[in-house]
Design a protein around this ligand. Structure first.
Ligand SMILES: [Zn+2]
Length: 90
């Protein structure tokens, strides 16, 4: 699915159908923009709804952030070099 701020807002409010919640969550994990949107909305709403139980905001943010940094920065510094050394690459 594409970006849909209204769905993100409804997601935050716990107003989404179970079926849609899955797709929205998946999208949130992949989309930096919608992650920002949900964080902004959460701040505006003064916290997450009690019905927002599918994933904890910290977990979601963490997952998204690590996905983003992996994509932008690549392997952690030394990670790839250590890996290459381990397999005997000069
Ligand atoms: Zn999006």
């Amino acid at each position: 699915m594409g970006c849909n701020p209204e769905l993100v807002s409804a997601f935050l409010d716990g107003e989404l159908d179970r079926v849609i919640v899955g797709s929205v969550t998946q999208h949130l994990l992949e989309c930096e923009e919608c992650c920002r949107t949900i964080n902004k909305l959460a701040a505006v709403k003064g916290g997450l709804s009690e019905r927002f139980v599918l994933c904890q905001p910290e977990d979601l943010t963490h997952s998204v952030m690590s996905a983003i940094s992996n994509e932008r920065i690549g392997p952690p510094s030394g990670g790839m070099m250590a890996f290459l050394k381990n397999i005997g690459f000069p």
